[in-house]
Design a protein around this ligand. Structure first.
Ligand code: B16
Ligand code: MG
Length: 217
């Protein structure tokens, strides 16, 4: 069994999808670009500026760096206003129980998120204290699929990459975990591309304890 488990935040421990969707939708309208759930899916695990670039692919206009930074920061203001409505009920009680159970069994727990808003989200969920380490988007230079976020989490946990298991919902995140040399469990979707398939899959984090003994090392 792993000595440490590093959880992705958005899509694994809670669902901020609908907030990202709503906030990016207004941005897409402003730049006359199409936006739907399929495009939204491509933004999972990807940094804020890289997400904006994906949206701008569909825009007929071109923007200066300064304008792009304004678009991204307006998106973030809308997103944070939506996050402020979150309560501890936005973390599935079964997920919270599982985190307690894993902690009690002696496994170290970390969050490894590309999001600069990760500490705020954990605060809204009243979940900060469940983790030994939280690595967020402001602590790294390269976001997923680069392994930096997970390697830093392992280092701060005092563990080697091979001692860690990553739990992810996004392609970019699974790719990052594999590049870090960590075991990886994929959450909640059927199909993964062959080049970034997780070692095991679950529908929800609450299935993790039962799975742990079976994860390939
Ligand atoms: P922010 P994760 C990622 O978080 C989200 O999946 C992704 O959609 C978002 O663009 C990224 O964080 C950056 O978020 O704008 O809040 O810094 O899945 O790595 O927890
Ligand atoms: Mg995610």
């Amino acid at each position: 069994a792993p000595k440490g488990i590093i959880f992705d935040l958005d899509g694994v421990l809670c669902s901020t999808d609908r907030f990202h969707y709503e906030a990016w939708l207004s941005c897409a309208r402003e730049v006359d670009a199409p936006f739907d759930w399929q495009i939204n899916d491509r933004l999972r695990g990807v940094s804020r500026m890289a997400s904006l670039e994906i949206i701008l692919e569909g825009s007929p206009h071109s923007y200066t760096q300064e304008q792009k930074e304004r678009l991204a920061s307006e998106k973030n203001e809308r997103y944070r206003a939506l996050l402020s409505q979150m309560t501890p009920d936005d973390m599935d009680p079964a997920v919270r129980r599982t985190l307690h159970e894993l902690r009690d069994s002696g496994v170290l727990l970390a969050v490894g998120s590309s999001s600069k808003n990760a500490p705020y989200i954990l605060e809204r969920l009243e979940a900060t204290d469940l983790f030994d380490v939280v690595v967020d988007g402001s602590m790294i230079e390269r976001s997923k699929p680069d392994p930096e976020v997970f390697l830093l989490a392992a280092e701060l946990l005092g563990l080697a990459p091979e001692e860690c298991l990553v739990v992810e919902d996004a392609e970019a995140g699974v790719a990052a975990a594999l590049a870090a040399g960590m075991a990886c469990v994929g959450v909640g979707r059927g199909a993964w591309p062959a080049d970034c398939a997780p070692h095991a899959r679950v529908e929800s984090v609450s299935e993790l304890p039962a799975l742990l003994e079976r994860v390939p090392r």
